[in-house]
Design a protein around this ligand. Structure first.
Ligand SMILES: [Fe+2]
Length: 246
């Protein structure tokens, strides 16, 4: 748990030991709670973890107002619809997902904000991993989804991905945030939980400030990354905000 002036971030790791059939492991979800009101949101939930996540929100005495998604995930099914069903929380996607996702209550376009208590979460369009990827900013923190990882970045070869767009999203938008901004990624495969914009400008392996756009694009376009095992199930389900069945 990380406590800030107005909000508390609870970092939720995915736990999955069966990677042969399911590669959702290492997805990160976050509960952000407004300290005074107890109003809260959950970012990028995973359907298999909904019971755990709702138990935690209950223990913490929180009221979940929004289930927020950074993008249409290819590697796991979102828990957003199940959370909506169980708590009445509204489902929020970034504006870039409008027209692709059904079942969302709200689409947040660049600079638009969600308010819960005194906490304000603002959308920042960061396409490149998918064409509709959105990051979400709090004062002093940013949830980058699969645009920017700790020392790395999301793949750019699926779902309208573009290495050129990702480079611009990271370098022109995310790296324009204050250096002390805490970065909370959509995944981490080495057990790390957060970074800062300063660290990533310096140490990100593909996107640090010494690397040119041409170099980055060349590297990304040569990568051969296996398809996510659950992609053919996850993408259609996530285009319905994680709603399964008819
Ligand atoms: Fe993703």
């Amino acid at each position: 748990m990380e406590v800030k002036d107005t909000y508390v971030v609870t970092i939720l790791l995915d736990v999955n030991n069966d990677q042969d059939v399911d590669d959702r492991a290492e997805s990160r979800s976050y509960i952000v709670a407004d300290r005074n009101s107890g109003q809260a949101i959950i970012i990028d939930t995973v359907i298999e973890n909904v019971d755990r996540d709702l138990r935690i929100t209950k223990e913490l005495g929180l009221t979940l107002l929004f289930a927020v998604e950074t993008h249409i995930h290819a590697d796991h099914i979102t828990g957003a619809s199940l959370i909506q069903e169980r708590t009445g929380a509204q489902i929020v996607y970034g504006g870039g997902a409008k027209g692709t996702v059904t079942g969302a209550d709200q689409f947040l376009f660049e600079d638009e904000a969600l308010r819960f208590g005194h906490t304000v979460l603002t959308a920042l369009a960061t396409p490149g991993h998918t064409d509709g990827c959105t990051s979400y900013m709090l004062p002093g923190a940013v949830f980058t989804g699969d645009a920017l990882f700790i020392r790395s970045n999301g793949r750019t070869d699926l779902q309208g991905g573009s290495a050129e767009k990702l480079f611009d999203s990271v370098r022109k938008k995310l790296f324009a945030l204050p250096d002390d901004t805490v970065v909370y990624p959509g995944h981490d495969y080495q057990g790390r939980v957060s970074s800062t914009i300063r660290e990533e400008k310096q140490f990100n392996e593909r996107l640090n400030l010494s690397i040119s756009k041409d170099t980055f694009v060349g590297v990304m376009n040569q990568r051969k990354t296996p398809r996510p095992a659950k992609m053919d199930i996850a993408i259609p389900a996530n285009m319905r905000a994680g709603k399964i069945g008819p």
